[in-house]
Design a protein around this ligand. Structure first.
Ligand code: F3S
Length: 286
């Protein structure tokens, strides 16, 4: 097989994930074991590596056994933050600054008396946190038909997005929402809370996908931004979401000239390197 392999220029961990992992590793070395409330990032390999450094994932505050508890890069609701700070353990807040920006937008809208619409997945930890920052005045939604069916919409509404959503989809949703919400005396605020790193990763991945015969998106299936990248690339070319080299099927590469590679923002460099190595092996076979 004879195909070219091309990687996007920005791949692997994003700024927020890199920052969270560094904070955890540094603190574990300096102060000892840490309990992390929820997975720091949605990547099994990263979690297992962190476990070896003394970072243990817990599901709720009752499970805290260490002297330090970490809030993940996805952030937490103010209720959870307050309950953690009320315990005697030290709180290590690794919330990504871009998630903090979305939390601030939700809280400022709620303070100003606005209903808060979060364009995002209600089951994702970041969105659960954002709902808390919206102080009970918010709901999460991904579909404008569902919005249209609601009878509890306010005259004063703010719309924000989960940081990892696809910008074009948010624009479409906000446009539909505007038509649904617009009435006499309405005040509607749309705040762009999508992460600039995700925006860039999506744009360069789509660019490569347009040229490639096949796109590989490397990352965990539980990672929202990885799934969204795969969704985006699959609109323009054959795309496979893989968690690592072990998922590669040589049959995919028959008659392919250009294979593009991108990754989710919580995928470690070594996983990407392993995929490249296996691809070169597949490519070298006749
Ligand atoms: Fe933060 Fe964006 Fe990464 S929100 S955690 S820099 S994907």
């Amino acid at each position: 097989m004879n195909f070219e392999i091309k990687k996007v220029s920005d791949i692997g961990f994003c700024f927020g994930v890199r920052r969270a992992i560094e904070m955890l590793e540094r603190t574990a070395i300096e102060k000892g074991k840490i309990d992390s409330l929820g997975a720091v990032v949605h990547n099994e390999r990263v979690i297992r590596k962190l476990e070896k450094s003394g970072v243990n994932v817990i599901k709720n505050p009752e499970e805290i056994k260490s002297n330090i508890v970490a809030i993940s890069s996805h952030g937490a609701s103010p209720e959870i933050e307050t309950s953690l700070r009320a315990t005697r353990v030290e709180v290590l807040d690794t919330t990504c600054p871009f998630v903090k920006r979305a939390q601030l937008a939700a809280s400022q809208l709620a303070d100003a008396g606005f209903q808060v619409i979060i364009y995002g997945d209600a089951n994702h930890p970041e969105v659960k946190g954002l709902l808390g920052w919206a102080q009970g005045k918010g709901f999460a939604i991904l579909n404008s038909q569902e919005l249209n069916a609601r009878s509890d919409l306010s005259l004063h509404t703010g719309i924000i997005a989960q940081t990892t959503q696809i910008p074009e989809n948010f624009i479409l949703f906000a446009g539909d929402a505007l038509k649904i919400l617009y009435r006499k005396d309405a005040e509607i605020r749309i705040i762009d809370t999508i992460c600039p790193g995700v925006r860039k990763r999506q744009a360069i991945s789509l660019d490569l996908a347009r040229k490639a015969d096949l796109m590989l998106v490397i990352g965990g299936r539980s990672s929202a931004n990885t799934r969204r990248l795969a969704e985006l690339c699959s609109e323009v070319t054959e795309t496979h979401l893989i968690s690592g080299a072990e998922d590669l099927d040589p049959l995919w590469f028959e008659n392919k000239k250009l294979v593009g590679i991108t990754s989710g923002t919580s995928t470690p460099d070594e996983v990407i390197e392993e995929v490249e190595k296996k691809l070169r092996e597949i490519g070298s076979k006749k």
